[in-house]
Each structure stands twice: as structure tokens, then as C-alpha cells.
Design a protein around this ligand. Structure first.
Ligand code: SF4
Length: 448
């Protein structure tokens, strides 16, 4: 049973050093009890206390890892029902389905789109994560050949989909070193599937006919020593699958019901034949509360909005997205190119850099650390003012890179120009446009 805050407090060092991010051990204990902190944040917990606290500090939904290396996908670990309560942690994995009854052309198309459909947004690379390789034929040789093809052509995660342990073994023979998700253990095949998961150290999906059956299976498997489980409730209608997702999350978080304390997998590909409706269903499971969604295919016009929805839902609502401060070279600037300065709010950076690029005038863009605030908010908060911007410019090294002595500040920060000129000495401060959209026209007129 979970420990209370006071019970946890008794096991902490009680030195109130604050290194865990809160001022006292009691506050940390309360956060742990509410699953709003991780035990690892306190470097001084004794090994003995760690063992006792393991239960209390474990996330109510287990973190499960699929794959290896850079493309390893983490799912689960969520601690809240609604992202505004804290944040959602591990973004839903997006999987693309291929089967051993698809034509070579269909498989090749999906592999190609998986590799090429990548998007850069606010400094992040957005793309699909996994291939779900499914045996429809029941032929172990065909399955093995398809898994071999997928493994050799992508570095993404792999889900092996068959309920036949013999066919599963053929797939694992090829790709166990990539730690695929074994999908799925059912009431009928739980024992041999569990044996395969143990032998290869792979996570195992559990598929039941409803949540009672799922709970029985996860209990049996955890008692047998398997803890990296992923839940498929078995529902294939939108309403039932949605209800199950909510029930699982609420059961794990609010009732601390351990048999449902695992991430989930949802299969929009089996819920509709309409490709765009499938994307809509997937977006629903990204919001509530799919650990993985499996799609029948991906196209730019379906994947991109889904990736953006995922990015928005899984960004921390309490922390603005920020770009690293420093000098950014846009279009190969030289010593006569203009120097512009702005805040490190990611959106500001990407809009301003995009407009500079669009102007085709090479330029230097200096990003000042405003703790992720936009220009106007940062100015109001005293983080984008003359002395701070001046010091950032000097520290950035831009003065050694250009021959002229001019810097362009955002129009909305015109009020800092006097202080900035004072800070910079002999540099001239030019007030740029208020709206980023006017940057190209402004730059075309600019002269060193
Ligand atoms: S880091 Fe550990 S010892 Fe220090 S205040 Fe936090 S809980 Fe207490």
C-alpha cells in the first residue's frame, strides 16, 4: 500500500538541504506521496530507505522502454489525469502497421514514408516511432522475412504482432536485440509468450477481452516476474476503447490499482477503414491516454497534424519552450551582415529566424536568455532590458564577427534602446519592425 507523506518523511534524512528542488524534507515527502516528485531527486536517501520507499515512489503507471539506442521509446510513467495538473511525461509512440500479406510495394512505401516524413519544429525532430509488424498468414517464414526487412531498413522501434508463440519466436530470432514489444499475451498463450519475453528481455503487451481479463493476466504475469507490460484492453470500437483508456488511467492513478498500472496500446487501424478518421481517432488517444497508437499507414497530411497535436499535449504547460542563447548564423552571414537580437522563447526564435531566411539577406541572430519568455513579456519582467541585452551581446562574441557597430532590436522593445546604447558604448541601436512579418522588407533596406 502507498505510504503517506508523514511515513515517507520519517525515512528521509531530515536535513532540509533543498537539493531536491523543494525547501524541506517534509515538502519533498508530500510531493512523493502525491506522485509529484521522484525519489532520485534526493541524493541523500539511504539504501535501506530506498527499498522501503520504492513502492511509494514508483510511478503509478510503470515506465516501459521499447527499442534500443537513440530511437528507444519510453512510454508510461504518467502521474496526472490532466496535463495542466503538472505535465504529461512520455509522448505517445506512433506506430505504422505492415503485414506479411501486404505487397512488397505497400511495405516499401511505408518504410520510405517512415524514413522521410520528419519535421523540425521548435528545435525538435518530429516523426513516427515504431513499426508494427503483423503476421496475418500465420507463416513463421513469411513473418521472419518481413521482420528482417523492417529491421534492416529502419532504426525505429519494432512491435511484433502475432498471437502464435511459434511465429513470435521466428520474429524474435531476427530482432530480439532491438528489444521489440511482443504483442500479445492472451488468456490462451500467456505462458509461452511470457517465457519468450523473459528469455529475450523484451516488453510484453497483454491483450484481454475487457479489463477484468487484462487485470487477471497482468497480475499473473507480474507474479511470474514480468513487469514491463503494456495493456491492450481488446476494445475495437471507438467508444469502448476510449472508455477503457480513461478507466485504466483513473484506476492506476486514483485507486492505485496495480493490475492496471501499465502504459497502453491503442489500435485506430482496427477501428475504421477511413484513413483520415483513423488519424482523428489516433489524436484522441494521444490526448487520452494511449502509450502507443498503431496506424494503418502514414502520409504527410495525416502524420504532421498528429505529431503537432502530440507535441502540444506533451509539452510542459508550466515551462515555456526555450531556444539556447547564443549566435545563430542565418544564410551564411559575413562581417557586413546585419545583427538582430531577440528573446529565447522558441516560437519567437523560429518565427524571426524564418522571416530572416525568407528575406534572403544573410544575418546574425543573437538570442538572449529570457527564460523562455517572449520579447514583450520578458521586457515587462525585466529580462529583456538594456543592460541584460548589452551584456549578452558582448558575451556572445558578435562584436568580433562584424565590422559595423549596429544592432537591430525588436520594435516592441524600442524602450530599451537608450539603455542598450549606454551599455554598448559606441554601437548604434536600431529599432526594427514590431511584427516579424515586416522583417524581410526591413532587411532589404538595411545598410551596414
Ligand atoms: S534533498 Fe533530500 S535531504 Fe535535502 S531537502 Fe530534499 S529530501 Fe531533504
Amino acid at each position: 500500500m502507498a505510504l503517506t507523506g508523514i511515513q515517507i518523511y520519517k525515512l528521509l534524512p531530515k536535513t532540509n538541504c533543498g537539493e531536491c528542488g523543494v525547501p524541506t524534507c517534509l515538502a519533498f515527502a508530500m510531493s512523493l506521496a502525491a506522485a509529484k516528485a521522484e525519489l532520485a531527486a534526493c541524493p541523500y536517501v539511504s539504501e535501506e530507505a530506498k527499498t522501503e520507499l520504492a513502492d511509494a515512489s514508483a510511478p503509478p503507471i510503470r515506465v516501459v522502454e521499447i527499442g534500443t539506442g537513440e530511437r528507444k521509446l519510453k512510454i508510461g510513467g504518467e502521474t496526472v489525469l490532466f496535463r495542466h495538473e503538472k505535465t504529461f511525461i512520455n509522448p505517445t509512440g506512433i506506430a505504422v502497421l505492415v503485414t506479411d500479406e501486404m505487397s512488397d510495394e505497400d511495405v516499401a512505401g511505408r518504410l520510405e514514408r517512415f524514413k522521410t516524413l520528419e519535421y523540425e519544429r521548435v528545435g525538435l525532430t518530429l516523426r513516427a516511432d515504431l513499426f508494427a509488424v503483423k503476421s496475418l498468414s500465420g507463416d513463421a517464414g513469411k513473418f521472419e522475412a518481413l521482420v528482417t526487412k523492417v529491421k534492416s531498413q529502419t532504426d525505429g522501434g519494432i512491435i511484433l504482432m502475432t498471437e502464435d508463440p511459434g511465429v513470435m519466436e521466428a520474429g524474435l530470432k531476427v530482432c530480439a536485440d532491438r528489444k521489440p514489444l511482443i504483442f500479445a499475451a492472451t488468456k490462451e498463450n500467456a505462458e509461452p509468450m511470457a517465457a519468450l519475453a523473459k528469455e529475450h528481455g523484451c516488453p510484453l503487451a497483454v491483450k484481454g477481452d475487457g479489463l477484468d481479463e487484462v487485470s487477471e493476466l497482468t497480475t499473473k504475469l507480474t507474479e511470474g516476474g514480468l513487469t514491463d507490460l503494456v495493456i491492450d484492453s481488446g476494445a475495437r470500437t471507438i467508444r469502448k476503447a476510449f472508455e477503457d483508456q480513461v478507466f485504466i488511467r483513473r484506476g492506476a492513478l486514483l485507486k492505485k490499482y496495480k493490475p492496471l498500472g501499465f502504459p497502453t496500446i491503442a489500435l485506430p487501424c482496427e477501428m475504421t477503414d477511413d484513413f483520415m478518421q483513423e488519424t482523428l481517432i489516433a489524436s484522441m488517444f494521444v490526448a487520452k491516454y494511449g502509450g502507443i497508437v498503431v496506424l494503418s499507414d502514414i502520409q504527410g497530411h495525416s502524420l504532421f497534424p498528429l505529431l503537432l497535436a502530440r507535441m502540444n499535449i506533451y509539452t510542459d504547460p508550466q515551462r515555456p519552450m526555450a531556444t539556447s542563447p547564443g549566435i545563430y548564423e542565418i544564410g551564411g552571414p559575413n562581417e557586413d551582415s546585419p545583427v538582430l537580437v531577440t528573446s529565447n522563447f522558441s516560437l519567437t526564435y523560429f518565427i524571426v529566424s524564418g522571416e530572416i531566411e525568407a528575406s534572403r539577406v544573410p544575418a546574425w541572430l543573437i538570442i538572449v536568455d529570457t527564460e523562455g519568455l517572449s520579447v514583450l513579456t520578458a521586457w515587462a519582467a525585466g529580462k529583456f532590458v538594456g543592460d541584460i541585452v548589452g551584456i549578452s551581446l558582448k558575451k556572445s562574441g558578435i562584436m568580433e564577427k562584424v565590422r559595423h557597430k549596429k544592432v537591430v532590436i525588436p520594435g516592441y522593445a524600442a524602450a530599451i534602446s537608450g539603455d542598450l546604447e549606454e551599455e554598448l558604448g559606441d554601437w548604434e541601436v536600431l529599432v526594427g519592425p514590431r511584427e516579424s512579418a515586416h522583417i524581410p522588407a526591413y532587411l532589404k533596406e538595411w545598410k551596414a
